[in-house]
Design a protein around this ligand. Structure first.
Ligand SMILES: Nc1ncnc2c1ncn2[C@@H]1O[C@H](COP(=O)(O)OP(=O)(O)OP(=O)(O)O)[C@@H](O)[C@H]1O
Ligand SMILES: [Mg+2]
Length: 234
């Protein structure tokens, strides 16, 4: 792993006015995540994990502090530039897969390519097939979501998030709806992604079992970084 920082937050805080008072949701979060690192964000429900992912991914804004994505301070970008950065550098995976139900696996993966400004240099369909192959779904290209298991749907969602070759993959409880066996397959797929594409992968999870498979865990409690644990290789 090199020391190239792709995600950096500097004194990031977020508060929202709730019932007449400012509720502090994130407090002074400073962290660094490196290229092709695989990091788990853990912590109790309501501690601010999803809020942090939303801010890192440019879907939500901070109240103060900076968010630097691949060298660019996204807190200074206007909406148009932020949207472009998000489309080019960030892939999102959520708990509920969010596949388009009327499309098959291949068509779901093709969708973001067709919306992108960037013209892929290879045939789009070939690239979509390669992504699904990499995620172990080469034999499921023309299945719609009803014909896929939960774990398979989530792997299609991961392939879709990778369609435009993002620098960073942000996954918010990607295995939250899956049993342990399917969850393990999804996490193994994420390792495969990192191995083959150098993508930095950040995963919010409630599962200690899964968090321990990652390179590092960052624990958020009450909107603050509690602990950053380096998992020993072995
Ligand atoms: N738009 C909002 N308006 C008001 N409060 C909010 C809003 N978004 C988040 N919160 C509050 O901020 C806190 C952090 O929420 P967040 O969704 O980030 O937690 P989380 O760690 O992802 O929890 P979970 O593990 O349950 O998904 C919670 O107390 C939540 O109620
Ligand atoms: Mg959450």
């Amino acid at each position: 792993m090199n020391n190239d920082i792709v995600i950096q937050t500097i004194h990031l805080s977020k508060s929202l006015p709730i019932g007449g008072i400012q509720l502090e949701i994130l407090h002074d979060i400073s962290l660094e995540i490196y290229r092709s690192e695989m990091v788990a964000i853990v912590g109790p429900s309501g501690s601010g994990k999803s809020t942090l992912m939303g801010i890192i991914g440019g879907l939500d804004s901070a109240t103060s502090g900076q968010v630097i994505i691949d060298g660019i301070d996204i807190t200074t970008l206007n909406e148009r530039k932020l949207t472009r950065l998000r489309n080019e550098k960030i892939g999102f995976v959520f708990q509920n897969y969010n596949l388009v139900p009327t499309l098959d696996a291949l068509e779901n993966v093709l969708l973001p390519m067709q919306f992108s400004r960037k013209r892929p240099n290879k045939n789009q369909e070939e690239r979509a097939q390669e992504l699904l192959d990499m995620l172990g779904l080469g034999a499921r290209l023309h299945h719609t979501y009803k014909q896929l298991s939960g774990g398979e749907q989530q792997r299609v969602a991961i392939a879709r998030a990778l369609a435009n070759n993002p620098t960073i993959l942000l996954c918010d409880e990607p295995t939250g709806n899956l049993d342990k066996a399917s969850a393990t397959l999804v996490i193994e797929a994420l390792f495969e992604v990192r191995e083959k594409t150098d993508t930095t992968v950040v995963v919010v999870t409630h599962s200690q079992f899964l968090a321990q498979m990652m390179d590092r865990q960052i624990e958020i409690v009450d909107g603050r970084i509690q602990e950053s644990i380096l998992i020993e290789e072995g």
